[in-house]
Design a protein. Structure first.
Length: 103
């Protein structure tokens, strides 16, 4: 039994895919007997991008686009080798960025 804890941070532009991935990771960790906190929703980061509609004139005619980046945090305690194996073998959908910190 390894007494370390693992923090998994998931980021995506699609909140539905992100929630499904977070639930799969949490259920996999729970099935091995580890203590799971989460998925905890983190603040959504919003980016505004303005683009001029025409090439040469009319700067006032702009289009604005929003990019929203959603994030979830999962903390796993009482980790054993089976937990690490099962989580590393999980296949997550494209578009989900995974950041793992062990400590």
């Amino acid at each position: 039994m390894i007494s370390a804890k693992i923090r998994i941070k998931l980021k995506s532009f699609d909140p539905v895919v992100l929630d499904r991935s977070a639930k799969r990771i949490a259920l996999t960790a729970k099935s091995t007997g580890a203590d799971v906190s989460g998925p905890i929703p983190l603040p959504t980061k919003t980016t505004l991008i303005s683009v001029i509609r025409s090439n040469h004139i009319d700067k006032r005619g702009q289009e604005q686009f929003f990019l929203k980046r959603h994030a979830r945090l999962i903390e796993i305690r009482n980790v054993n080798n089976e937990t690490i194996e099962k989580i590393s073998k999980l296949e997550l959908p494209a578009g989900v960025e995974v950041e793992i910190k062990v400590g």
